[in-house]
Every structure is written in structure tokens, then in C-alpha cells.
Design a protein around this ligand. Structure first.
Ligand code: PLP
Length: 414
């Protein structure tokens, strides 16, 4: 809060498409989709209309002992899209992580393997900031303070290609990381419940990207040693990596998929954990204690589910994944101009674009954020990484503005 004395908060009054308007009418291009949640622009007429209609019918009912049409329809749609036929709902990403971890642990317990109680994740991973989720997160700035409160987990080498040796290809490096994973799992599988990963892009690590070959190996290793694979697609799901879900690119089926962020197009808080018949069956019992006793007040909220259904309807009717291919190509092309600046690792995966600026300035991210705002652009650099994760509705002139404003501000900071 003290820092806000020099950097006052920006009061946003309204949004429209990729633009956010402050109280004085100054506009900012939302190049980070309001922290990765918005898919089809602010003030989207179709999502708005769906919520309004639901508001006239049923705003909320508890999901214990009751059900309603939007949640049933959404579960069936998500089941088809992910290949995982059972859904459990919550309201935010961190809760989805908690649910997946608890459900994995409880599965092994119900299956007579109560020694499988540990979790592993990737180095530089991010899975949310509640205590359980923070236990498998590996970002020092969020984690260190709370370390004494957290459950222990081990971190496997990250396949982020920026960490590879000079001259080593991204895939060779990823497979080398998978070997280290296998070595660890082969020694510890008796006590391991699950391996949780962010498929293809470690977003909070500064858009660390890795090839699908790692996912395939991770799936094989987890299957071989009887350890669950949890895919945290909270950030990368719903088309961000080019396919509906990142796991599709590795042609793998995880045991759990965590979804949130883009699920409602950025309109309302909702998350879901999808899992397999096998996991479901382990809880199917007369004994209440064998059931998955986890609840949140707003589980499966009808307004949020209707926003999610409207979002999925847009994907279908507008062929968004297909259209994004062209948009990706256009953005990649425009971003070539940035190579004239001192930048490294210009990269993209679907509709996620990033590069690292070569600078010694420890304040770089804060200064670049401020400089972008002055130019009417909302960026949230992570360390030296500048990234774009814009709403899919961004138009060509808006892309040009986003890239050229970024070029100018990086140049001005040299
Ligand atoms: C944002 C994020 C979370 C946490 O979601 P919240 O809704 O902020 O709790 C978890 N995992 C990943 C990969 C994320 O990007």
C-alpha cells in the first residue's frame, strides 16, 4: 500500500472489447486479459445476455442434494471436451488445486494405499496461493514467508527451454528433465500421490514454455509408477495454447484437470476439477467417510455456469480456435520488429506471446508497467519478461498499437 503513494490506483469505470476506461476517460488496452481471465473482450454482448437471462430464472441454489440445468449442461460439455467425465466445482483456481490434491490423496486412501500422501511439482511452478496450493507452488516471493505453514513437496527440474544448455534443443532438454523426473518417481512412488503440472506454459514463471514431448513422458512415467497426473490448465485452458486444452498437444489424458480463469470468459468466478471414472468409482460407497467431503458455498453457481456455457457457445459458433491461428500468425509477424531491441527468447504458444528484455535494472518490471500505462497499455511484466495474453477478439489495429507501444517503451528504457 505504501508504494501506491507514488503509484496511485487506477479507477476503472467501464470496459469495452480489449479496452478499459478510467474515470477520466483515458483508455488502456488490456494486453493481459485482466490477469488471463478474459477471452472474448470486456462487455461481451453474448455472455452478458446469458447472465441476464439466468438472473431472471435462478441466481443460486446449493449444489448439495440439488442440481440445476446450467451445471448439468456445463458438466456434460466439459466432460466431452476434456475426455474426463466427472466434474467437481469451486469458485477460483486455488480451490481447484486444493480439490485435485485432496481428491488424489483420498483416492489412494480409499484404495488401501494410505502411504501415498506426497506431491511433486515443477521448479518455478504456480498453482495458487491458499496453503495447500502454495505447498506445490515454487515462486519464492509468494512462498517463503509462509514456508513454516506449508506441506512439503519436491520440485522436479523445469523443462522451460530458457533453462536449457547452450546448443541443446528444447525437446532434448525437456526429455532430459523427464529423465530426472523418472529417476525421482522410481525412488519415491510408494509415497507419491500425484505430480501436478502446468501443461506447455508455466505462466507465472514468466511464460516459460516447453514442448509436448515432456507431457507425453510425464504421462508415461506417472502411469508406469501409479502416480496421478494433475494438469493445472487454470491459465492455459480454453484455447490459450492454440488447442482447447494444452494436454491435447501431448495427446495425453491426465487423471485430473483443473480449470478456471477463462472458463466464464472472465465474467464470474468459477472453477472445476474434472476426473476419470476410475477416481469417481473409488469414492462410490455407502460409507459417507469414503465420499469426497469438500464444499464451497457457491459451488456450481448458476450465473457463473451460464457465463461458462455462453463462452463455450462462442468457441463453437465463431470457430475461435481456428480464427486464433491466423491471429497468432499476425501477432508473431508484428512482433518480429521487437528483435531490433536487446531481447531474448522471443516466443509464443498459441495466443501467449513473450520475450525477455536484457537489462540489469532490478526495477524493470515495475518501470515497464508504468511506462506502458502512460502509453495506454496494460502490461504486467514478470521480472524481465514482457508478455501479451490479449483477449481473442483483439483486432489488427489494436495488435499494431499493442506491439508498437511496447517497442517504444522498451526502447525508451534502454
Ligand atoms: C491463476 C492460477 C492459479 C490460481 O487461480 P486463482 O483463481 O487466482 O486462485 C492456479 N494455477 C495456475 C496455473 C494459475 O495461473
Amino acid at each position: 500500500m505504501k508504494q501506491h503513494e507514488s503509484y496511485p490506483l487506477i479507477p476503472i469505470q467501464r470496459g469495452d472489447g480489449v479496452w478499459l476506461y478510467d474515470a477520466e476517460g483515458k483508455r488502456y488496452l488490456d494486453a493481459v486479459s485482466s490477469w488471463w481471465v478474459n477471452l472474448f473482450g470486456h462487455n461481451n454482448p453474448r455472455i452478458k445476455e446469458a447472465i441476464k437471462q439466468q438472473l431472471d430464472t435462478l441466481e443460486h441454489v446449493m449444489l448439495a442434494g440439488f442440481t440445476h440445468e446450467p451445471v448439468v449442461e456445463l458438466s456434460e460439455k466439459l466432460g466431452k471436451l476434456t475426455g474426463l467425465g466427472h466434474a467437481f466445482y469451486a469458485s477460483d483456481g486455488a480451490s481447484a488445486t486444493e480439490i485435485a490434491l485432496k481428491m488424489s490423496f483420498h483416492y489412494w486412501r480409499n484404495s488401501g494405499k494410505s502411504n501415498k500422501i506426497k506431491f511433486i511439482s515443477l521448479q518455478n511452478s504456480y498453482h495458487g496461493e491458499t496453503l495447500g496450493a502454495l505447498g506445490v507452488t515454487d515462486v519464492a516471493i509468494f512462498k517463503d514467508t509462509y514456508a513454516p505453514l506449508l506441506m512439503q513437496s519436491a520440485q522436479m527440474p523445469s523443462p522451460d527451454f530458457r533453462l536449457s544448455e547452450a546448443g541443446e534443443g528444447a525437446e532434448t532438454f525437456a526429455l532430459r528433465c523427464a529423465e530426472a523426473l523418472e529417476f525421482y518417481v522410481s525412488e519415491h512412488h510408494h509415497e507419491l500421490a500425484a505430480f501436478i503440472i502446468e501443461p506447455l506454459v508455466q505462466c507465472a514463471a514468466g511464460m516459460g514454455m516447453y514442448p509436448p514431448a515432456y507431457l507425453r513422458r510425464a504421462r508415461e512415467i506417472c502411469t508406469k509408477y501409479d502416480v496421478h497426473l494433475i494438469a493445472d490448465e487454470i491459465a492455459v485452458g480454453f484455447g490459450r495454447t492454440g488447442t482447447m486444452f494444452a494436454c491435447e498437444q501431448g495427446e495425453i489424458l491426465p487423471d485430473f484437470i483443473c480449470l478456471s480463469k477463462g472458463i466464464t470468459g472472465g465474467y464470474l468466478p468459477l472453477s472445476a476439477v474434472l476426473t476419470t471414472d476410475k477416481v469417481y468409482q473409488a469414492f462410490y460407497d455407502d460409507s459417507t467417510a469414503k465420499g469426497f467431503l469438500h464444499s464451497h458455498s457457491y459451488t456450481g453457481n448458476p450465473l457463473a455456469c451460464s457465463a461458462a456455457l455462453a463462452t463455450l457457445a462462442i468457441f463453437e459458433s465463431d470457430h475461435s480456435l481456428h480464427k486464433n491461428l491466423e491471429k497468432t500468425a499476425f501477432i508473431v509477424n508484428q512482433m518480429q520488429a521487437l528483435t531490433h531491441l536487446p531481447v531474448k527468447y522471443l516466443r509464443h504458444q498459441g495466443m501467449i506471446f513473450a520475450f525477455d528484455v536484457v537489462t540489469q535494472n532490478p526495477q524493470f518490471s515495475k518501470l515497464a508497467y508504468q511506462a506502458a500505462l502512460q502509453r495506454g497499455l496494460l502490461l504486467r511484466p514478470i521480472g524481465n519478461t514482457i508478455y501479451f495474453m490479449p483477449p481473442y477478439t483483439i483486432a489488427e489495429d489494436e495488435i499494431n498499437f499493442m506491439v508498437s507501444a511496447t517497442y517504444d517503451l522498451v526502447k525508451a528504457m534502454q
